[in-house]
Each structure stands twice: as C-alpha cells, then as structure tokens.
Design a protein around this ligand. Structure first.
Ligand SMILES: NC(=O)c1ccc[n+]([C@@H]2O[C@H](COP(=O)([O-])OP(=O)(O)OC[C@H]3O[C@@H](n4cnc5c(N)ncnc54)[C@H](O)[C@@H]3O)[C@@H](O)[C@H]2O)c1
Length: 398
C-alpha cells in the first residue's frame, strides 16, 4: 500500500486501495481477476502471461492497465501489494518464492509445490517475511461448506463415524484429451489426486475438524497412451494441429481409504475419466446423530439426514460473509457457485492486508487457507503415491 503519490487531495481521507497483479492467464487466472474485482478488494493493475503480445491483448480485453510477459517488472513495482500465481504446478515454487522475496503478499494456486518439503519451506519463507500467503483451496469458500463445518463443530452430527464421497470428472476421459497436467515434469508425479483429490482431502479435514492420520490408496491409469497436441491447449480446451502419441505416467483415477483421528474411517473415489461426470465433488459425514451431505454441483444445499427425518438446508442471507466493500452474496434462491467461492475465500485475506494486520503466528488460526495447509495437501499426495507403490497404509505427519 506504499504509494506516496496516491496519498494526496481527497484520497488522503481514506486508505489507498490495494493493487494486485495476476500471473498466468489460462483457465483459472481470469477468475482471480474477476474475484478480486467483485470482492472490491483491490485494483487489478497488471496481468502477466507467457507471451508479451498476447498478454497485452488479454489485458486490454479484461480492462487491466498493463499486460506483460515480464514477471520481474511486477515484482520491481513498489506500488503492487499482492501477486496471484495462477500458472502450471511446476512453476509455483519459483514464482511464489520470488513474490515473497520481493516483499509482496501471495495468492498461490494449488498444489503449492511438487513436494511437501519445498512447500513447507515456502510456508516458512512467508513467515520470515511477515507476508500473508493464501493457497486457493477454493472449496472452503462455499457458504454451505462453512455451514457444514459449523454444524459439525456444534455437535449436530454427533460423534463422527464415517467420511466419504469423491471428486469425479470426465474432461480427460478420451485418449485425445490432453493437458500439461498429464506430464509429471509440469504437473508433478500425481495427476488426478494432486489436481482434484487435494480439494477433497482439504475440504474433508476442514468440515470435520479432524486430521487424516493415514491413507491406503490404489491408483489406476486406464488410458496409457494419449494423443498430445504439439500446440498446447488450456485446461478444458482443445487444441488443433499436429499431434504425437505419448505414454502416460500419471494416474487417471484413485480409490483411497482414510483413517481420521478419533477412529473415524473414510473413503474417496477420485477420477478425471468418468464419462458424464463434470465436477462431481461430493462429501458425506456420518455421525452418531446425523449425516451431512454436500455436493458441489448443487452447492446451495446441504442435507442433514437423520433416522427420523431429513432436512434440506438452503443457503440463506446470513450464510455468506459480511460484506463492507464489493459485491455482496446474492440473496437466497439466486444461485452462487465456484466463482463466488473463490471471491469469498479471498475476502479475509485481503481484509487482513488492508487492515495492516500481521499474519497469525499460528497458521491454524488464519482465517484463510495458508501455505501450511497447502503443504499438508502436498504431503497427502505424497502419502497416496507411497501407499499405492507399497500397497500399505501410510501415515501423514500432523
Ligand atoms: N483452485 C482451483 O479450484 C483451481 C482450478 C483450476 C486450476 N487450478 C490451478 O491453477 C493453476 C493453473 O491452472 P489452469 O487450469 O489455469 O492452467 P492453464 O494451462 O489453463 O493456464 C496456465 C497459464 O499460465 C501461463 N504461464 C505458464 N508459465 C508462465 C509464467 N512463467 N509466467 C506467466 N504465465 C505463465 C500459460 O501460458 C497459461 O496461460 C494450476 O496449478 C492448477 O492446479 C486451481
């Protein structure tokens, strides 16, 4: 927020607005631009892509003042407070480290890193630098996910027994579907689990308030040869032009057993190759008194089922966050979804920065998902890979 020439005239009466840059303009980057704007958190003053001319065009189309391929120019700009890193997985650590070293606050897409030791180092760097750092574990932003967490904490389900569900998609169901996520060098050793299983794992821990103690995983690659376009497509897009056949080295799907603390058991099916399933994230938590059941494709509802009667809760006006700036949550009956979850996930992060508050000493006390949460997510991926390799239960460190 340190921009002397903004503190003059009538603007001196109110704090200067934060200024944000977003790096990576494929599928998810533009939603970050949109989330920051609709939240009213900051002015998005720059976007960074991998090609100078395309970045300029993109900036113009989005109404952002600057589009560049010069990442360093954003770091060297003292008027930029926050940088969002929305690039492929392999680039996360290098870019996020540079953002923190430059003294900026960080929003980092998941997975935070390709290995958990590096992800925890990144978390330590953010602490040393006293910077706020959020990992985009987007599902925590849904109002009915937060409601489920509050109900569980209040004992509405009784003592938990089982936590199960899955995250199932079809966008890689054909051998002609291709994306950088299929290449371990770009996406990491795990694909389906790292890409979407991490969301399920984090949301299960977030709602239940319980830590996973161990996993037993079985990974499967059903399509072991794919047609790779020589010109890359963005996620969920298709590329035209010449292709080559390549061997696939990461999993299409996983079945995972969980042991949570307190003797709670669980399971999840993770797949990116199940025809007709688009973004079927579902999570069910069964306790001694009731079962809570939430599905991403029907995000405004939460089932609370019990032996005598079941109730379908609908998002109400009080389920969204209190809004002082930006676009508020829509009234009940006006559906909100993933884009709003991202908007609302960022709200406490930007509020803390705007208030000049230092990050919490204890990352668990942060009102948003931190790099420590992101690192735990990566540790989960590693445990799944090891379990599948050794056909055994693998513990997760606390
Ligand atoms: N939180 C979520 O729900 C969610 C959803 C989708 C994607 N993601 C994550 O977001 C990241 C990006 O995924 P995507 O689907 O948008 O991928 P994508 O391939 O559609 O877009 C990535 C973009 O980054 C650009 N890029 C690559 N290297 C760059 C660099 N060094 N500097 C600037 N730009 C660069 C590419 O040109 C491309 O435009 C991934 O890590 C993914 O896991 C998270």
């Amino acid at each position: 927020m340190a921009e002397p020439d903004r503190v003059d005239g009538e603007r001196a009466a109110r704090p200067p607005r934060l200024r944000t840059a977003v790096v990576g303009m494929g599928f998810v980057g533009p939603f970050h631009v949109d989330a920051v704007r609709r939240g009213g958190y900051a002015d998005v003053v720059a976007i960074v892509g991998s090609d100078e001319a395309r970045s300029r065009q993109r900036a113009e189309a989005l109404g952002v003042a600057r589009g560049t391929a010069e990442f360093r120019s954003v770091l060297d700009d003292p008027t930029i407070d926050v940088v969002h890193v929305c690039t492929p997985n392999r680039t996360h650590v290098e870019l996020a480290t540079a953002v923190l070293e430059a003294g900026k606050h960080l929003v980092l897409e998941k997975p935070a890193a390709l290995d958990s030791a590096t992800a925890f180092e990144l978390a330590a760097l953010a602490r040393r630098r006293g910077r706020h750092a959020l990992v985009a574990l987007t599902y925590r932003g849904y109002p009915m996910v937060r409601r489920a967490r509050a109900l569980i904490a209040a004992g509405a389900a009784g003592d938990l027994r089982l936590i199960h569900g899955g995250y199932i998609q079809d966008w890689l169901a054909n051998a002609t579907d291709y994306n950088w996520r299929l290449e371990p060098e770009a996406g990491g050793a795990s694909r389906a689990v790292a890409d979407i299983g991490t969301h399920w794992f984090d949301t299960a821990e977030f709602i239940s308030g319980l830590r996973v103690e161990a996993v037993f995983a079985d990974l499967a690659t059903f399509i072991d040869r794919r047609t790779r376009p020589l010109v890359a497509a963005t996620a969920f897009g298709t590329a035209d032009g010449p292709t080559e056949d390549v061997t696939i080295r990461s999993e299409d799907a996983a079945t995972i057993l969980f042991r949570f603390e307190g003797g709670v058991r669980g399971s999840a099916v993770i797949s990116q190759v199940s025809p007709g399933r688009k973004n079927a994230f579902q999570l069910e938590l069964a306790g001694a008194r009731a079962t809570l059941d939430w599905a991403q494709e029907d995000p405004e509802h939460l089932w609370v089922r019990s032996r005598d009667e079941s109730t379908l809760l609908t998002r109400g006006p009080d389920d969204g966050p209190a809004v002082e700036v930006g676009v508020p949550s829509l009234p009940a009956g006006h559906p909100e979804g993933w884009a709003e979850a991202l908007r609302d996930l960022l709200r406490p992060f930007y509020a803390a920065i705007a208030a000049g508050a230092a990050p919490d000493e204890d990352p668990a006390a942060a009102p948003y998902p931190t790099l420590d949460d992101g690192a735990r997510d990566v540790a989960f991926v590693e445990a799944v890979l090891e379990s599948s390799r050794t056909s055994s239960w693998v513990p997760l460190a606390r």
